[in-house]
Structure formats: structure tokens, C-alpha cells
Design a protein around this ligand. Structure first.
Ligand code: GLU
Length: 283
């Protein structure tokens, strides 16, 4: 692994892989070059993930001609690692337990003095209702949030930045601390039923797997600010990024898992070859 590029494809096993996933996986494998391409199963949301989809993912990827080292990292087996990261952030006093349900947040944001809610990468920016609470008061039903203003102050940062080799290569992407606080806010680090969140797990796992180049769709570009902030707080190296184009349907809408009509296995059943898939994707 020394010196080479390490990339990963990190699907959630919540449905069959479609053309958008094929593009993401082939891009990650191509950009690994002679380095390493890894697979990671993002199955923290056990209510939506199914083992049969995980098996289909491996089968579809092998059919596309991809291979990866074993054992595959599976997020559902990594809860102690996420808990350790959460404990580290909590020990610095940067987290708080939040009792708000979605409806509470909507109600707080619709108060007349609030103005139009700002929409961040995870939806409406949290209004800070529970920010005064301490971790000692946390109950198992609370979500845990990062106090983003305290986190930036703790690091003494007035901006965060990262490099993307696809979106404006050679130019550092920068976001001022004030804009992160206002536009992203206090993100959830641990959801009540999961003990972690997408943001926390992805940061912990990219570091654990030694990923040097994170490749993923442009729809996740705004989440990268959160990941860079978490990397700094957890003293992890920030990898390089490559946010790639999204595969859209005939109406220009991004493909989602429910677009089963675009499932790779259906193209396959109709006799398509992996070469046909690459051709369809413009690869
Ligand atoms: N699991 C995420 C997804 O399926 C990808 C996460 C990432 O690449 O950071 O969209």
C-alpha cells in the first residue's frame, strides 16, 4: 500500500446497484491506478440494509470486472471505532445531546424571527435549541450533535479547505468558518438508533482504510466541509478528493436506488456486456 493511491467504493446495501453506482465504482477503480481499490459496505442504517443486496453488490461489481482485497470493511461491525471517535470529541466539550425531533426543528425554524431556513447538506440547519445541554445529561434517546462554532474555535480555524482533482483542480476549495456555522451548522454525529452517522463513520473509516483519494458524486461535495472539520478534530489526515459527475436519467434527474429500471442486473439480463455499460456511461 505504501505510496500508492488508495480509493474506495462505499455503497449502502439498500437496493440493487444501478448505472450511477457502476460509474462511481469504475471511477474509483480507475483512479486507484496501480494502487488499491477497496470496497466498504455502508450499512449503519440496519433498518434499510439487507444482506441479499450486499451479495448482489459483490456479484455486480465482479461482473463489471472489478476486484478488491478481502476482508471487506462493513460499517455495522465498526461501532466501537465510531464510539471512540465520539468520545474523543465529547471529551473536548464539542458535542451535545439533542432531544429535538424533526417536527420540533421545523417548528423552531418557522418562528417569525427566524426568517427563511438555511438548507445545509443534511437539510435545514439546526437552530441550536439544545446547544446549552451537556453530555452528562444525555439519554439513550438523544442524538449527539457537533457544536460547529465551538469546534472551529477549538481548532483556531477561520476557514476549512480541501483539494479536489476534478472540480476546479489545483484550486483549494475554501469555506470561511462563519459560512460553515451558518450554512451547515451543528451536524448530527450520532443518530439515536445507530450510535453514529454517515459523517462520523465515513471520516473514521476513510482514515482506518488509509484512503488517499476519496472519489464520490458531486452531490456529496457540501458534506466534505464537515468531513474536513472532523478530520482536523480527530487529528486525521485529510485525503485528496475527486467529486465526479452524476449519472442522470432522460429527464436530467439523478438516479436513485429506487430507479430499478436502471439496475445493472436488468441490463445484464437483457444481454448487455460490461463493455456496453462502460459505453453507456461514457467511459
Ligand atoms: N454510502 C454513500 C452512498 O451510497 C457514499 C459515501 C461516500 O462515498 O462518502 O451514497
Amino acid at each position: 500500500m505504501a505510496g500508492g493511491t488508495v480509493t474506495r467504493f462505499a455503497p449502502s446495501p439498500t437496493g440493487p446497484l444501478h448505472l450511477g453506482h457502476a460509474f462511481a465504482a469504475l471511477t474509483a477503480a480507475r483512479l486507484a491506478g496501480p494502487g488499491q481499490f477497496l470496497l466498504r459496505i455502508e450499512d449503519i442504517d440496519q433498518s434499510r440494509c439487507r444482506p441479499e443486496y450486499e451479495a448482489m453488490i459483490a456479484e455486480d461489481l465482479h461482473w463489471l470486472g472489478l476486484d478488491w482485497p478481502q476482508p471487506v470493511m462493513r460499517q455495522s461491525e465498526r461501532l466501537p471505532a465510531y464510539q471512540a471517535a465520539l468520545d474523543q470529541l465529547a471529551a473536548s466539550g464539542l458535542t451535545y445531546p439533542c432531544q429535538c425531533r424533526r417536527a420540533d426543528i421545523r417548528a423552531a425554524l418557522s418562528a417569525p424571527q427566524e426568517g427563511a431556513p438555511v438548507i445545509g447538506p443534511d437539510g435545514p440547519v439546526y437552530p441550536g435549541t439544545c446547544r446549552h445541554r451537556h453530555m452528562a445529561e444525555a439519554s439513550p434517546n438523544d442524538t449527539i450533535r457537533l457544536n460547529s462554532a465551538a469546534a472551529l474555535a477549538h481548532l483556531g480555524l477561520d476557514e476549512v479547505g480541501f483539494l479536489d482533482e476534478n472540480v476546479a483542480p489545483g484550486v483549494a476549495h475554501r469555506l470561511a468558518a462563519a459560512d460553515l456555522i451558518a450554512g451547515i451548522g451543528d451536524v448530527v454525529l450520532a443518530r439515536r438508533s445507530m450510535g453514529t452517522s454517515y459523517h462520523l463513520s465515513v471520516v473514521v473509516d476513510d482514515a482506518a482504510q488509509g484512503i488517499t483519494l476519496v472519489t464520490r458524486g458531486k452531490d456529496l461535495l457540501d458534506s466534505t466541509w464537515i468531513h474536513v472539520l472532523l478530520q482536523k478534530l480527530l487529528q486525521l489526515e485529510t485525503p485528496r478528493y475527486h467529486h465526479h459527475r452524476l449519472i442522470r436519467d432522460a429527464h436530467g434527474k439523478r438516479l436513485a436506488k429506487r430507479d430499478d429500471a436502471r439496475a445493472l442486473r436488468l441490463y445484464r439480463a437483457e444481454g448487455a456486456t460490461p463493455e456496453d455499460i462502460r459505453h453507456m456511461l461514457g467511459l
